[in-house]
Design a protein around this ligand. Structure first.
Ligand code: PLP
Length: 423
């Protein structure tokens, strides 16, 4: 029933019923959590063999490097070869580093601020206020990073084919605008994958800042749940084709492939940018953890092995995403007060409730023992101007818990909406 068409009396009756249901939910004393965008224990189990690799006596990389020793800042060639195609970066331009791609994003922004980028007039810190474009809803840690480093954030609406490119092209005419955050595949949190034309426009557009960078965070490059394995368009190649070879920084990691926290992170870019980053990194470290890289190379010897492994993840994740859709459809499908995404891959579902209701939904859910990501977290400075977006992370809870948590969430979404409609 479309709640937005109900009369005041009908809404009041409904409110009473929903409040009773909410009170009963509270009495159950649940302790459920939909905030954790991390692999479940069963998913981590899939990579258990990693823990006994490479094994005693096995410490030589293909080129004879003794992985136990210092050196090899670029990372092991065989592991880079496996991920080069998956991340669409030529192997000689891809480096394999520590366990976190977020760390590499932080490193590259800090180096841009302190020292300046190839092709830059100087370090960002000398240019007064700088800004980054932030497609919204987006990944809260990108935003936290900018906030920490004093970089202004300019929200740009996400569409089903990526950021609103008319808006992006308009905004990059301002030389203060130094970059854009992009999660091109199964985006966090909407699940959208950038259309080929979006990628082409990002590569081709004219930017006022000569050192503008696309921060291409391909965290979910191989994380499909259903449908075809379709890579996004090759941004690095397109940038070179349009004469903007240095425009893009590609990031990726095995965090949600093997062990989140003990994986391997990658950085790929033009030769000039790779040299630039390694130059700065070489002052911080003599080389990455090559034993961990060797263990990953043994476990995932080629791209097909990665795809096969990801299919096993998908088998565990698919029922959870199906459950999200089924419960939301059952409870909210025809209410006119909510819409949500049905991603083909990645880790999240993005739920939009009635405008002005997200904070209330999160509070009501909390009162009933269901933890949700704070309203606004998917926007710069934690402020969702329409107060409507909630990020759902279904991967971690067990199916039964997930079902209970979603029923609770849907009830709270309906209750908040009816309160709002009556106000
Ligand atoms: N980028 C995105 C879009 C993510 O969603 C996440 C984790 O949720 C990360 C990066 C973190 O990656 P890493 O574990 O490699 O630091």
């Amino acid at each position: 029933m479309d709640l937005t068409t109900l009369t005041h009396t009908e809404l009041s009756d409904r409110l009473e019923g929903l409040r009773k249901e909410h009170a009963r939910l509270k009495e159950r004393g649940l302790r459920l959590d939909l905030t954790r965008g991390k692999p479940s224990a069963e998913q981590l189990e899939l990579s258990e063999p990693l823990l006994s690799l490479p094994g005693g006596g096995d410490h030589s990389a293909e080129d004879g490097t003794d992985c136990r020793n210092y050196g090899g800042l670029k990372g092991l060639a065989e592991l880079r070869a496996t991920f080069a195609g998956l991340l669409q970066v030529p192997v000689e331009q891809l480096v394999a580093l520590g366990n976190s791609s977020l760390e590499l994003m932080y490193e590259s922004v800090v180096d841009a601020v302190l020292f300046g980028l190839p092709g830059a007039p100087g370090p960002w810190q000398r240019e007064g206020r700088t800004a980054m474009l932030c497609p919204v809803p987006g990944y809260d840690r990108h935003f936290a990073l900018c906030e920490k480093l004093g970089i202004d954030m300019i929200p740009v609406p996400m569409t089903e084919s990526g950021p609103d490119m008319d808006e992006v092209e308009r905004l990059v005419a301002d030389e203060r605008v130094k970059g854009i955050w992009c999660v091109p595949k199964y985006s966090n949190p909407t699940g959208a994958t950038y259309a080929p034309e979006t990628v082409r426009r990002l590569a081709a557009m004219e930017t006022a800042a000569p050192d503008f960078r696309v921060f291409w965070d391909n965290a979910y490059a191989v994380h499909q749940l259903q449908g075809d394995r379709e890579p996004v368009a090759d941004i690095l190649g397109l940038c070179a084709e349009y004469g903007n070879a240095d425009r893009v920084f590609v990031f990726g990691s095995t965090s949600k492939i093997t062990a989140a926290g003990s994986g391997v992170a990658f950085f790929g870019s033009s030769p000039a940018n790779v040299t630039w980053l390694l130059g700065h990194l070489s002052k911080r470290t003599i080389g990455p953890d090559k034993i961990n890289q060797l263990r990953h190379a043994r476990f995932l010897p080629d791209a097909e092995a990665v795809h096969a492994h990801m299919e096993r993840h998908a088998e565990l994740l698919r029922p959870k995403f199906e459950l999200v859709d089924a419960v939301l459809e059952k409870r909210l499908g025809d209410t006119g007060i909510a819409s949500w995404t049905r991603p083909q891959g990645g880790y999240f579902v993005s739920l939009d409730v009635l405008d002005g209701c997200a904070s209330r939904v999160v509070q009501l859910a909390k009162d009933a023992g269901v933890a949700l990501t704070p309203a606004g977290a998917t926007f710069p400075y934690g402020k969702d101007p329409r107060d409507r977006n909630i990020r759902i992370a279904p991967s971690y809870p067990r199916l039964e818990e997930l079902g209970d948590a979603l029923e609770g969430l849907a009830l709270c979404a309906e209750l908040a909406a009816v309160e709002k409609l009556l106000a």
